[in-house]
Design a protein around this ligand. Structure first.
Ligand code: BG6
Length: 369
C-alpha cells in the first residue's frame, strides 16, 4: 500500500504533481475562465461579500495565510486568517456579508468545526475547502470546494497542503471573475501557470537528492531557523512546523523583515538558517531586502540554506547551500518552494531515527477541542 516507498509520507510527497493536477481538473476552462459551479454558494453572495475570514489549524492554517495574499491581491476583498482554536473565543465581528473559508484536510478537526459553527450562528456563510468527501466540516458548511489529494495517511500533511493552496488560488480567481475584477495580463499569466504547475512540482521532486544529503548532514543540530517574506513567510512557518513535527527539533519561522527586531540575536556560528527567497522579478524590492538579510546572517556565522528561483544569481555568493525552484508568478511560489522543505524534514527525521508517518504525540485528525 506504500507503493514501494518506505513511508507514506514519501509516497504522498511524490504524489503531489498528480494531487495538484487532479484538484485543477475541470476547473479551468479552455478560455482561461474558472468553472466552480460545484460551489453551491450563489454568485450573488460571492459578489456581495465584504470580508473574508479564513479559519484552520496547523498546516491548513499556513495554506490560509498564503491564500490571504492571493485573495486580497486578486479580489481586493479584505481577508483575515485566524487559528480556528482562537476564533470564537475573541468574539469576532461577523455578518451576513462575511464569507468564512474553513480549510481542513480531514474535515473532522474539532477546533475548525466549532469555529465554523460559531460563524454560521452569527449569520456568516461558510465555504469549506476539504479533502474528505462527506466529512463533518463540509456537511455543516454552506458550500464546499473539495481538494482531490486522495487519502493522506502520514500525519504530517504534504499533498493535502499543496492542493489546499490550489483550491484557494482557484477560489480567489473565481471570486475575482464573479465580481468582475478586471483581468489583466497578470491574472491571465497566473491562470496559465497554475494550469501547468503540477509539472513544475515534478521538476522540483526530480532534484531533491542534494536536499536529502544536506538534511542528513544536519541530523545532530538542535535548532534550524526559517526566514521568508510575502508568501515565503508562511512557507517558512510551514518548513519549521514540519521539522518540529517530524524531527522533534527546535525550529522557528520568521518574517525576514522582523529579523532586525529580535531573531537576529539567535544567530550564531554554524546555525542552519533556511531562507525562502522571493522572485527577483515582480516584487524585486523584497528580493533585494532578503538578499541583504542573507548577507547579515552569514556575516554572523549562520550556515545559509537558500531556496531561490532558477536564474536568480544575486543569492549565489551568500548561499552555503542553494536549492533551486522553477520560476513561477510570485503568489504561486509556495507550490514549489514548500516541496524541498517537506523533503528536508522527512529526511532529517529519518536520519534521527524517528517514525516519520506517526510522529510522537500527534494524531492525523484531532477531534477534541
Ligand atoms: C493536526 C495534524 O493536528 O491537524 C496536522 O497533525 C493538520 O497535520 C492539522 O495540519 C489540521 O488538520 P485538518 O484535517 O483540519 O487539515
Amino acid at each position: 500500500e506504500k507503493g514501494g516507498y518506505d513511508y507514506f509520507m514519501l509516497k504522498e510527497i511524490a504524489e503531489q504533481p498528480k494531487a495538484v493536477a487532479d484538484t485543477l481538473l475541470g476547473r479551468i476552462g479552455a478560455d482561461g475562465h474558472l468553472r466552480l459551479d460545484e460551489v453551491r454558494i450563489p454568485d450573488a453572495v460571492l459578489r456581495e461579500a465584504d470580508k473574508i475570514v479564513i479559519i484552520a489549524c496547523g498546516t491548513a492554517f499556513h495554506a490560509g495565510l498564503i491564500a490571504k495574499y492571493a485573495i486580497e491581491h486578486w479580489t481586493r476583498i479584505p481577508c483575515e486568517v485566524e487559528l480556528a482554536s482562537e476564533f470564537r473565543y475573541r468574539d469576532p465581528i461577523l455578518g451576513q456579508r462575511t464569507l468564512v473559508i474553513a480549510i481542513s484536510q480531514s474535515g473532522e478537526t474539532m477546533d475548525t468545526l466549532m469555529a465554523l459553527r460559531h460563524a454560521r450562528e452569527q449569520g456568516a456563510k461558510v465555504l469549506a475547502v476539504c479533502n474528505t468527501n462527506g466529512s463533518t466540516i463540509p456537511r455543516e458548511s454552506d458550500a464546499v470546494l473539495y481538494t482531490h489529494a486522495g487519502p493522506e495517511v502520514a500525519v504530517a500533511s504534504t499533498k493535502a497542503f499543496l492542493t489546499q493552496l490550489v483550491a484557494c488560488y482557484l477560489l480567489a480567481l473565481y471570486l475575482g471573475q464573479v465580481r468582475g475584477t478586471k483581468w489583466g495580463d497578470e491574472i491571465h499569466a497566473v491562470v496559465r501557470e497554475l494550469a501547468r504547475i503540477g509539472d513544475e512540482v515534478e521538476r522540483v521532486l526530480d532534484t531533491m537528492e542534494p536536499v536529502r544529503a544536506l538534511a542528513r548532514s544536519l541530523a545532530d543540530k538542535d535548532t534550524v531557523l526559517f526566514l521568508g517574506r510575502h508568501v515565503g513567510y508562511p512557507v517558512a512557518l510551514e518548513g519549521a512546523l514540519k521539522l518540529k513535527e517530524l524531527a522533534y527539533m527546535h525550529a522557528e519561522g520568521f518574517a525576514a523583515g522582523e529579523l532586525k527586531h529580535g531573531p537576529i540575536a539567535l544567530i550564531e556560528e554554524d546555525l542552519p538558517v533556511v531562507v525562502v527567497v522571493p522572485s527577483p522579478r515582480g516584487r524585486s524590492v523584497l528580493h533585494d531586502k532578503i538578499v541583504s538579510n542573507i548577507q547579515e546572517i552569514r556575516a554572523r556565522g549562520a550556515r545559509t540554506i537558500v531556496i531561490a528561483e532558477e536564474g536568480d544569481e544575486a543569492v549565489v555568493p551568500y548561499a552555503d547551500h542553494l536549492i533551486r525552484v522553477p520560476a513561477t508568478p510570485t503568489l504561486l511560489q509556495p507550490l514549489v518552494s514548500t516541496v524541498p522543505l517537506q523533503v528536508f524534514a522527512c529526511e532529517l527525521a529519518t536520519a534521527r531515527g524517528n517514525e516519520v508517518d506517526q510522529p510522537r504525540n500527534l494524531a492525523k485528525s484531532v477531534t477534541v477541542e
